[in-house]
Design a protein around this ligand. Structure first.
Ligand code: HEC
Ligand code: HEC
Length: 387
C-alpha cells in the first residue's frame, strides 16, 4: 500500500497536467494546453496537483508560497477539508473507505476495453510494456526462491494481491494512468468486478459471469487466493515458528558446510541435486564510485537561449515537465546532462521512437495529443537544454 501511495503522489501530479476532468478527447487536451500556455508568463512553473502558484517576493516552490510567513516557514498552506477529502481515498481490507455503489462485469469489460486495454492488454494479459493484471498462481509463488532454476513467479492481482480493497483503491486513485481519479465509484466497481472475473475470483462460492453485479456488500465477502501467503504457514505458535525460522530452506538458500565469509565467488558455489546451494553465493563486487569524482569543469556553463527554442512552449503546454522536471518520477530530468547523455546513447532515432511509442512509465507521447513532428521538436528542446 505504501508503494501504491508513493506512486499515487507522482501520478496525480502528472494527471493534473495531462487532462483534468473525465474525458480524454483531443479537444479537452488541446483546451487545457492552451490555457496553460497563456498563463505561464505570469506564474511560476512549479506545480502542485493541478495548481500553478505565483511567485511571491521572489519565492516559488512546488507548494503555494505562504504569504503569512511564520519564522522560516515560507511554503505551504493549511489544506481545506475538501482538499483532504480529495486525497483521502484509501480503502482498507475491513471495508473502511469503501464507498457505496455497484457495477457489472459486463460494464467493466466495456470500460476496460476503452480505458485500460491499450496499456494492460486484452483481458489484462499485459504484453504492452505495462503490468499484466492476470496470470500466475499461488503455487508458483511458493517456489520462488527454493529452486534457483525456476523462473520468477508472475505476481498479478489474482495470484498475489492479499486483499481486493487494494484493487478498488488503486484503480480509483491511480488509474487510468493518464487521468487518474476520473472514474466514478460505480465505474470503479464495474472495472474491479471485471478484473476479478478475469482473474477467476469467486465471491461466496459464486462465479463472476458477465451479469454479475458487484456492490459494497458483496465486495466485503471477497477472499483473495493469496491472502494467507504473506505469513509463514505455521500452526502451533511460537515453538513451531522458531523451528520454521531456523530452517533456511523455508526461504531459499541453504547454508550448509562452511559459511563463506571471504574469498567466495559464484564459481565455487555448487548446487546439490535438490537444486539448493551447498555454499553461499556472496557478493564479490566492491562498492566503489559511491563518491562521484569532483567535476573538472572550470568554466561557467554557456547560457543557452532557452526562450528562442520552438519546443519550449510546447514542452510546457503539453505537461512534459510534470514528469521531466521531477527526479522522483524516474524520467530523465530536463537540464540533467548525465541523464540525457545516457538516454542518448541509444541514438536520437531510438529516443524519438521510444518517446512516441512509450517506454516503461513514459506513456506514448507523454500522453499528449500531438503529431510526431511536434513531439520531436519538444524532444529536441529537452536535449538542447540538457547539454
Ligand atoms: C497509459 C497506460 C495505462 C493505462 C491507460 C492504464 N494503466 Fe494501469 N498501470 C499503468 C502503469 C505504468 C502502471 C504501474 C504504475 C506503477 O507501478 O507506479 C499501472 C498499474 C496498474 C495496476 C497495478 C498493477 C500491479 O500489479 O501493480 C492496476 C490494477 C491497473 N494499472 C489498472 C488499470 C485500470 C483498471 C486501467 C483503466 C481504468 C488502467 N490501469 C489504465 C499504465 C496504464
Ligand atoms: C507520465 C510521466 C511522463 C510524461 C507526462 C512525459 N514523460 Fe517522457 N518519460 C517518462 C519516463 C518515466 C521516462 C523514462 C522511461 C524509461 O526509460 O524508463 C521518459 C522518457 C522520455 C524520453 C526518453 C526516451 C528514451 O529513449 O529513453 C523522451 C524523449 C521523453 N520522455 C519525452 C517526453 C515528452 C516530449 C513529453 C511531453 C510531450 C513527455 N516525455 C512526457 C515519463 C513521462
Amino acid at each position: 500500500m505504501l508503494e501504491a501511495k508513493k506512486s499515487l503522489i507522482g501520478l496525480s501530479v502528472v494527471a493534473a497536467l495531462v487532462v483534468t476532468g473525465c474525458t480524454s478527447s483531443n479537444e479537452v487536451a488541446n483546451d487545457t494546453a492552451k490555457k496553460v500556455e497563456t498563463t505561464t508568463t505570469t506564474v511560476s512553473k512549479n506545480v502542485d496537483g493541478a495548481v500553478k502558484y505565483p511567485v511571491v517576493n521572489g519565492y516559488s516552490s512546488v507548494y503555494a508560497v505562504n504569504t503569512q510567513e511564520v519564522g522560516n516557514f515560507k511554503y505551504g498552506k493549511t489544506p481545506t477539508a475538501a482538499q483532504i477529502k480529495e486525497w483521502d481515498l484509501d480503502v482498507m481490507p475491513d471495508g473502511t473507505g469503501l464507498p457505496e455503489g455497484s457495477g457489472t462485469v459486463e460494464d467493466g469489460d466495456e470500460l476496460y476495453e476503452a480505458q485500460c486495454a491499450m496499456c494492460h492488454g486484452e483481458m489484462g494479459i499485459g504484453g504492452k510494456g505495462y503490468p499484466p493484471l492476470v496470470g500466475g498462481d499461488v503455487e508458483g509463488l511458493k517456489n520462488q526462491l527454493i529452486n534457483p532454476g525456476d523462473e520468477a513467479p508472475i505476481r498479478s492481482i489474482g495470484s498475489y494481491w492479499p486483499y481486493a480493497s487494494t484493487l478498488f483503491w488503486y484503480i480509483k486513485s491511480a488509474m487510468p494512468f493518464p487521468h487518474p481519479k476520473s472514474l466514478t465509484d460505480d465505474e470503479v466497481y464495474a472495472i474491479t468486478a471485471y478484473l476479478l472475473s478475469v482473474n477467476e475470483i469467486t465471491i461466496d462460492g459464486e462465479e463472476m459471469d458477465d451479469e454479475y453485479e458487484l456492490n459494497r456488500e458483496k465486495f466485503l465477502k471477497i477472499k483473495m487466493p493469496n491472502e494467507a501467503g504473506f505469513y509463514p504457514n505455521v500452526e502451533n505458535g511460537s515453538e513451531e515458528m522458531n523451528k520454521f525460522l531456523n530452517d533456511p530452506s523455508n526461504y531459499g538458500t541453504i547454508l550448509t558446510k562452511d559459511k563463506c565469509m571471504s574469498d567466495c565467488n559464484k564459481k565455487t558455489a555448487t548446487w546439490n541435486k535438490n537444486g539448493k546451494a551447498d555454499q553461499v553465493v556472496t557478493i564479490t563486487q566492491e562498492l566503489d564510485g559511491v563518491q562521484p569524482p569532483l567535476s573538472q569543469e572550470r568554466s561557467w556553463p554557456v547560457k543557452k537561449d532557452e526562450k528562442a527554442h520552438p519546443g519550449k512552449a510546447a514542452y510546457e503546454a503539453n505537461g512534459c515537465g510534470g514528469c521531466h522536471d521531477n527526479a522522483a518520477i524516474g524520467a530523465p530530468v530536463v537540464g540533467d546532462k548525465d541523464a540525457w547523455a545516457a538516454t542518448l546513447e541509444k541514438g536520437l532515432d531510438a529516443v524519438y521512437h521510444n518517446g512516441i511509442n512509450g517506454i516503461n512509465a513514459m506513456p506514448p507521447k507523454g500522453g499528449a495529443s500531438i503529431s510526431d513532428a511536434e513531439f520531436k521538436v519538444i524532444v529536441d528542446y529537452m536535449i538542447e537544454v540538457s547539454k
